[in-house]
Design a protein around this ligand. Sequence first.
Ligand code: ADP
Ligand code: ZN
Length: 432
Amino acid sequence: MYYDAAEGLSRLEIERLQLKRLKTTLKQAAKSPFYAQRFKECSVDPEAVTSLDDVKRLPFTTKQDLRDSYPDKLLALPQSEMVRMHVSSGTTGTPTVIYHTKNDLDWWASLMARCMHMVGLRKDDVFQNMSGYGLFTGGLGIHCGAEKLGCLTIPAGAGNSHRQIKLLMDFKVTGIHIIPSYALYLSTVFAEMGVDPRTLPLRVALVGAEPYTEETRRRLEALYDMKCYNSYGLSEMNGPGVAFECREQHGMHVWEDAYLPEIVDPATGEPVPDGELGELVMTSLGREGMPIIRYRTRDMTRFLPGTCPCGREHRRLDRLQGRCDDMMIVKGCNIFPMQIERILMAMPEVGQNYLIMLERDGFIDNLRVKVEIRDEYFVEDMRQLAALQKRIVARLRDEILVTPKVELVERNSLPKSEGKATRVIDNREKGA
Ligand code: ADP
Ligand code: ZN
């Protein structure tokens, strides 16, 4: 039933293994110039770690640390041992480099294959990876997992929607990896081509790399008649394959044999009580080339309490709310873009794209939401459109407590990206 033995470990076994691997990881990390210095400055003695709880006494590693260590101060082995590097896509600021040895890549591919096996993909599946290749980990990361599982793997890459659809049809693809905003967009291309995606043999989609809501998942499942499983990862922790939903579709199991997750208060760095929202902090437990200790992901989530009905005892992370720095403050209210997406994607009149704009009018911040409307609702009758607009404003106001300006626009009139979507444009600095 399980892909490998580690998937079925009990809590006790997981924690024993974690402690053993944490100790090895600390020793390995100490070989890198960065951690050698950091451990010295913070008087960290890897030998003094005797329980998992001791991890809380270790220093954090931040994105800035990774930038400062550019290009190779985090390497724990000579560069000649490294066989690949990836660069984080740089959604926020200067990118960072992550190196992998042969063993690191093998382990990563196994973790990814484990995720895919968990949601029912097998060697006789045909798998199309529709995310960018190159430096982005969603390409090769997923690709190597799919090959390890034995699937016929199509490295379609990002964009070129007509070709994507042709490949999906010609090769009777049953599994895909796709970014949620692109999956929404691709459904409009299907419609233009007069093909109903529900008629394809597609059954499983790995959907991740950017935040999206439960409402978007449901919408995608209905549009394509396939199951969508949330997939979470970040380059600093390899990439995809860090946490993944099982068939219960309720929270993502973090593979705790490979990672040590913590949730902390983003302001203080102190652990939050179990089950509360905070920033995810991750330690790699298996990497030999470039171990990373207590990495501040800036991603906001919580551990789901209780055990999963699937029987796996690796803890579950709740759907990610976005990054701590995604939070917008408008008229004194804290707003996450995903709150807006949740409302929009639950409305049948709303199409497959939206854009949030922040503007400053004198001293007042305004929130403008541009919303694509489905063709059948984009009618001539101004009264009907005005009523729809009012309804969207009211629903958003109930959720975010600020009255937004809502603009209804036609299908595919908003900018789209082949990679991660830009959901928010902040023009406030330029204004006033
Ligand atoms: P970048 O930080 O430049 O975007 P990565 O390609 O490493 O670089 O992206 C990792 C980030 O993508 C995560 O830290 C997280 O913010 C986001 N992410 C990945 N998967 C998901 C997911 N399933 N849900 C929400 N956010 C995700
Ligand atoms: Zn489960």
